[in-house]
Write a protein that binds this ligand. Structure first.
Ligand SMILES: C[S@@+](CC[C@H](N)C(=O)[O-])C[C@H]1O[C@@H](n2cnc3c(N)ncnc32)[C@H](O)[C@@H]1O
Length: 206
């Protein structure tokens, strides 16, 4: 499992997260980021081409996995953004209270062990009026798909670095004290339904 987690898994995640359907999701969310931005679970930097350089003053890239940070290196060098790494988990963001304009989370709340604690950190670091831009996969609305998600979740989580299939994303974000400016969801095309129900949008501290 050590070699799998260290060498193969980061590349598998990068491949799965780079599908054309997922790229289209990123394009709906990431270009809205403005000002001082924190991205939690930065991964291999697949969001980088979607940031508008003229809108982003600093990008704090929080990613606890050294392997994912290494995979991101070329994209970071090519990005032209003022990017600063944070190598702690999302449950312990090392930034002051009310210090960022925007937090971006894509396909990360599924994996963070204590998602509620990470969202509490998002609340803490956002300036008044600041926005959480998110796109996540999670619990499907159809009972049959949901049953498969529940059956597969244990095995999937072990193989996919702690990713869960059946988290209820909108209630999770709302219960952390956010209200939605925009909230959308759908199954992604060309994606297995058990992993393809996406929820995305924009939320502010309510
Ligand atoms: C499925 S990948 C998504 C990466 C990236 N956000 C994207 O959209 O391509 C999930 C990422 O969350 C990171 N992660 C895992 N646990 C985390 C935690 N506690 N805090 C922050 N990030 C975490 C993983 O290392 C991985 O890079």
């Amino acid at each position: 499992m050590g070699l799998y987690r260290r060498y193969l898994l980061p590349r598998l995640i990068q491949c799965a997260c780079g599908s054309p359907a997922v790229e289209r999701q990123r394009q709906k969310v990431v270009p809205q980021a403005q000002g001082e931005v924190l991205e939690i679970g930065f991964g291999s930097g697949l969001n980088l081409p979607h940031y508008r350089r003229e809108q982003v003053t600093t990008l704090w890239a929080l990613e606890p996995s050294a392997e994912m940070r290494a995979l991101a290196a070329e994209r970071v060098a090519a990005s032209g953004l003022d990017l600063r790494w944070l190598d702690l988990p999302g449950e312990a963001v090392p930034l002051p209270d009310h210090s960022v304009d925007c937090v971006v989370m894509t396909y990360t709340l599924c994996t963070i062990a204590d998602a509620a604690a990470a969202l509490a950190q998002v609340r803490r670091v956002l300036r008044p009026g600041g926005r959480l831009l998110f796109c996540e996969h999670g619990a499907a609305p159809d009972a049959a798909v949901r049953r498969w998600q529940e059956r597969l979740d244990g095995l999937w989580s072990r193989l996919a670095g702690g990713c869960h299939l059946d988290r209820e994303m909108a209630p999770l974000i709302a219960s952390a004290g956010f209200r939605f400016d925009d909230l959308q969801s759908r199954y992604l095309p060309m994606t297995p339904r058990f992993a393809g129900y996406n929820t995305w949008g924009c939320a502010r501290v309510g």
